[in-house]
Structures are given as C-alpha cells and as structure tokens.
Design a protein around this ligand. Structure first.
Ligand code: HMG
Length: 390
C-alpha cells in the first residue's frame, strides 16, 4: 500500500520585512542578508496570529468535508507551542471543525517535529488504511532584535493530509535517522527567544546530512543520479545549498545541473518567508512542486530533515500521477502577493508586543488581520480564537 502526502497547504502571516531594509537599519551590507544568508523577505506574525492560528489557517485552505470526516488523528508539530499541557492540535481540531472521534496530540523535537509526525502518521494509516491524518508544522521563529540570528527569523505553518493512495507524493519505506545530544540551538522554558551557537549549528547540520546520506546510499544502493531534486530543512536558504554542495560532485554533469537548478526553485518560498522551523522542509517541497512546471510523475525527491539538539532524517518520496492537479498554486501565490510590507521600526514594535502573563484580560482588533482564523484576545489566562467564516 502506498502512503504519503495527499494534500499539502501552507499559511504565512500577512506582514513582512524587507531584508535589504533590515540590513541597512542594522548597519550591515544588504548582500550579507540577501546573498550570504540568502533571504529576501521575513514573514512577521501580528499579535493576532500565533502557532495555533497559523496552523488552523493552513489546514482550512486544504480540507474538504470528506477530509474533515475521515481525519481521525491530528498531530501538531511545534517548538513554539502555546501551552505546556494542552496540545495545540485540540484548538485546530475545533477551529476547522473536524470529526470529534479523533486523536489530537502535539509533538516536539525542534525543526524535526513534523517529520516525526509524518512517520507516526504513516504507521497509523498502515494499520487503518481508511483513515487520514492531519499533520501540522507551525512556528514563529524568534531570536531577538539586533542578534545574529535575527535575519533567520520567520513565521508560518504547513498542513498535510497523510493517507493511503496519496495524490501528491508517496513516501518510500527506507529512511535513515540519527540522534546526538548536542547544544547547537535550544530554548529554555522561561525564554520566548531561542539561544543558538550559530557556527556550531551550521557544522552539525552539514555533519548530520553527510552521515545520513552515506548511510542511505549504503542501505538502498541508490545514488545521487536517482534523484530529481533534494529538498532541505531551510533555516535560511544558503544553508541547504551548503549541504547540497558537499555531495554534488557525486552526480553526473546532468545530475549536478538538475539538482542545483531544482534547489534554487525549492528555496524560493523559504527565501520570502524565513525560518518556520517545523514547516521549513515542507515549505521547500511545496516551493519545488508548485513552481517547477515540468516535474514528472515517478520522480524521486529526497528530503533532509534537521532539528537542532539534534535529530535528523533523510527520506524520500515518489511524485504521483496527476499530482499537479492537487496543489493550491493560485491560493498560495495569492498569499504572497497580498502581503503588506512593514518598516523596520514597525516590525520592532510588533515584535515586542506580547500577551499578558499576569492573568489580565485583553481584546484585539482583528479587522486589520485578513486571516480567517485569528487570536482575538485572552480572558482568565485562556486564549480566545475566532473563525471569521463561521
Ligand atoms: P553571522 O555569524 O552573523 O553570519 O550569522 P556570518 O558572518 O557567518 O555570515 C553569513 C554568510 O554571509 C557568510 O557566508 C559570509 O561570508 C556571508 P558563508 O561563509 O556562510 O558561506 N557574507 C556576505 N555575503 C555577501 N556579501 C556580503 C557578506 N558579508 C558576509 N557583504 C548565522 C549567520 C546563520 C550563524 C546566524 O544567522 C544564526 O545563528 N542563525 C540561527 C541558527 C541557524 O539558522 N542555524 C542553521 C543550522 S541549525 C538548524 O537548521 C536548526 C534550526 O532551524 C533550529 C531548530 O532545529 O529548531 C535553526
């Protein structure tokens, strides 16, 4: 039985910062951000969007009534969750109106969480072929104003339906994975901003990729020429390119050209969003699928997932016949073209807006937020959400 991604959607908040302008404001040569880091625009979440609403908006864009009935498992991957106890999946389950007879959980391991969720979903579908699983990867990446990580922030979510006989990509059985207890990036419970050893994190990302790639080749007998494209977890778009370059010369001339060209396409959405942690790899896959017009069914795509701390996995999928008919190209294009740029001072003000932590109540004006699902405020330490379409 084939199991894989049946539907793939995403949501990005409606505000962004131009990286050239951020560089100027920080007295940095703009080329460092746009070429050295490889980012053009950084998505910014207003106070009326949090990881729950971002994920719910991503899910709302792809689910039809059959999905809502058949989804019996919701796995919400995040490293910027809103509650230590209640899972973010339960809020999304309610906000998009899923069948009550569903399991809802949250999973975590840095940016690797959504990959773990997909593997769990595969197991669930293998045991229950009629079921569908909703996998969400949603985060707001924050390092802080004027930090070296600032240029690699971002916000957004992906939503994926995992099912048997998937319409987009069937995931192959063999994958390689690795864990090592390292401190390259972490966020203690008391901090809303991540701590990072930037250079070390870059080295570990590459090391994990090379270890898993070598193991994958040994395990499967496949090589670089068997791939149409490799997609990477993209904390910033130069990072994946650095990893790809370490293996490119293993391929024929044609393979090298194909993988380099496809990498560029797979980084396009991420370049305009920034790091969305759990969703980043899947945003890159989406960028490739939605923007490369001549991708053929039957092509093999490699996927490298990396979560600091660290857990990584290399796995693969085969594009399914007619997959193009099951993408949301126009809707996603609309999300990008309808965004509003904010100035650096406006970004700094929005970045510093926080929810009350002393139990006081607050209500937001959601008229300026075009999202269907918004955070409207807090009452008695509880977040209040609204789905404007109801
Ligand atoms: P930095 O140290 O300020 O930057 O921050 P740099 O000095 O290393 O420069 C970056 C690049 O720009 C360099 O290129 C420079 O040469 C180039 P490279 O040597 O890397 O190829 N450069 C220029 N290029 C053109 N024109 C110029 C110019 N000036 C310089 N004028 C760093 C960079 C990524 C370290 C920082 O932003 C950071 O710490 N970010 C957060 C950590 C991160 O993203 N790590 C990636 C791997 S870990 C990961 O992916 C997991 C993660 O997603 C978390 C999770 O799993 O949950 C982060």
């Amino acid at each position: 039985m084939k199991i894989g991604i049946d539907k793939l959607g995403f949501y990005v908040p409606h505000l962004y910062v131009d990286m050239n302008k951020l560089a100027v404001a920080r007295n940095i040569e703009p080329a460092k951000f746009t070429i050295g880091i490889g980012q053009e625009k950084m998505a910014l979440a207003p106070i009326t969007q949090d990881p729950v609403t971002l994920a719910a908006n991503a899910a709302l864009g792809i689910l039809d009534e059959t999905d809502k009935e058949k989804i019996d498992f919701v796995i919400f991957a995040t490293e910027t969750g809103i509650d230590h106890s209640k899972s973010a999946a339960v809020y999304v389950h309610h906000l998009v109106g899923l069948n009550p007879h569903a399991r809802c959980i949250e999973v975590k391991h840095a940016c690797y969480g959504a990959t773990a969720a997909i593997q769990m979903a595969k197991g669930h579908v293998a045991l229950n072929p009629e079921s569908k699983v909703l996998v969400l990867g949603s985060d707001i990446a924050r390092y802080g104003l004027n930090t070296s990580g600032e240029a690699t922030q971002g916000a957004g979510a992906v939503a994926m339906v995992i099912s048997a006989d998937p319409k987009v990509i069937a995931l192959e059985a063999q994958s390689t994975y690795l864990t090592d207890d390292i401190m390259d990036f972490w966020r203690p419970n008391y901090s809303d901003k991540a701590f990072v050893d930037g250079k070390f994190s870059n080295e570990q990302y590459i090391l994990f990729f090379s270890k898993m790639w070598e193991q994958y080749k040994e395990k499967t007998g496949l090589d670089l020429n068997d791939f149409e494209a490799l997609c990477f977890h993209l904390p910033y778009t130069k990072m994946g390119m650095k990893a790809l370059k370490t293996v490119l010369d293993e391929g024929t001339e044609a393979t090298q050209q194909r993988l380099a060209a496809n990498y560029k396409i797979s980084a396009e959405y991420n370049k305009n969003v920034g790091n969305i942690y759990t969703g980043s790899l899947y945003l890159s896959l989406l960028s490739l699928l939605e923007q490369k017009e001549d991708l053929q069914a039957g092509s093999r795509i490699g996927l490298f997932s990396y979560g600091s701390g660290a857990v990584g996995e290399f796995f693969t999928g085969i594009l399914q016949a007619g997959f193009q008919d099951h993408l949301y190209v126009e809707e996603h294009k609309g999300l990008f073209t309808s965004r509003t740029e904010v100035s650096v001072p406006e970004y700094e003000e929005i970045f510093q807006e926080t929810l009350p932590t002393d139990g006081s109540n607050i209500e937001f004006n959601i008229d300026k937020d075009p999202a269907a699902i918004c955070l409207v405020g807090m009452t008695d330490n509880m977040r209040n959400y609204v789905n404007k379409l109801r």
